[in-house]
Design a protein around this ligand. Structure first.
Ligand code: NAG
Ligand code: NAG
Length: 305
């Protein structure tokens, strides 16, 4: 009985092998396709998780782009014509900055003068208004993927009820001169703007920074204190991060990379070693001025904590 049964099975299996060449071919092709898919996945893995990080580690231009993300926003910006965006009384002007603290070659950076609301219809120049107005000034520093245009009406619209605003585009943003972006470079742009405004008004000048601009603003406040012994009247840090390294770990795009054992070697260390620190946490302890920090609890880019 048992022998019959096993023989019967053997017979059936053999019969299947012989009688099912189609199944055999299908299996063969499935195997080939599987191997091809595995090879493609392996190549993709190597490109994405090995080649790309290594290229990133050695390409400072790529790091710079990822840190500053200075792409035009909005498209075809009309800096000279704020009225095209419906912004009343806003005037475009340019500020002279310098390449670095050792290189005094002048560079031009774009700025907007946003007078306090009562001066919306004024035909006076910025200089005249500032000389005779008691309104304090906010020096506004935007974050990445931005220009001085985009913070209207949400921020400037509200701020101008209480302050005059000067909003700049750092080097390589907006219509400012293109100079390789460094942390010190953008800080110098803010410092030069502060010093210029200081010659035009006796009123308080607050430095306000959004996101990466918060890191730049804090560093600028520290710079003014260290280099010029100038304690600014107040610093506002809006939706910023503790330091760039912390933010890199939290940023959504880095989530797919940060498990790599070579992540620090390829990403965070090169960025740090190339001087992109934005260590706001440390700098806030050295500015000696009142600081206001604001952050939305549901911020998806820079987490509240
Ligand atoms: C500016 O001019 C507009 C239109 O003439 C007027 O409605 C507005 O009240 C003026 N604003 C100020 C602050 O004078
Ligand atoms: C400031 O106001 C005073 C008096 O109101 C005036 O005499 C002076 O010319 C004004 N200065 C400027 C720069 O407008």
């Amino acid at each position: 009985m048992w022998t019959n049964f096993t023989n019967d099975i053997k017979y059936k299996i053999n019969k299947q092998k012989v009688e099912n060449p189609v199944l055999h071919t299908v299996l063969k092709w499935l195997l080939i396709i599987l191997i091809i898919i595995l090879i493609i996945l392996l190549v993709l893995f190597i490109l994405l998780f090995i080649v790309l990080p290594i290229v990133f580690a050695f390409c400072i231009a790529l790091q710079r782009l990822c840190v500053f993300w200075n792409i035009e926003e909005p498209k075809d910006p009309q800096f000279e014509h704020p009225e095209k965006y419906g912004y009343q009384g806003v005037k475009n002007f340019y500020i002279t900055s310098t390449v670095s603290s050792d290189n005094t070659k002048p560079i031009s950076i774009g700025a907007w003068w946003v007078p306090q609301e009562n001066y919306i219809n004024s035909t006076e120049t910025m200089e005249k208004i500032l000389a005779n107005s008691s309104y304090p000034v906010v020096l506004y520093n935007h974050g990445v993927k931005a220009t001085r245009i985009i913070r209207f009406p949400y921020v400037f619209g509200t701020l101008r009820k209480f302050f005059h605003i000067v909003a700049i585009d750092y080097r390589s943003y907006g219509d400012s001169d293109s100079i390789d972006l460094t942390e010190d470079g953008v800080v110098i742009d803010v410092v030069n703007t502060y010093n210029l405004m200081k010659t035009k008004t006796k009123a308080d000048i607050f430095i306000w920074g959004h996101s990466l601009g918060g890191g730049i603003s804090t560093h600028a406040a520290k710079w003014l204190k260290d280099e010029q012994n100038e304690i600014i009247p107040g610093l506002v840090i809006e939706s910023s991060f503790s330091c760039l390294r912390d933010e890199i770990y939290q940023f959504f795009l880095t989530q797919i990379f940060k498990w790599l054992p070579w992540f620090d070697w390829c990403v965070t260390n090169p960025i740090y070693n190339n001087g992109f620190l934005f260590n706001t946490m440390e700098n806030t302890q050295q500015v000696d001025c009142p600081i206001m920090m604001m952050h939305s609890a549901d911020d998806p880019i820079i987490p509240y904590f």
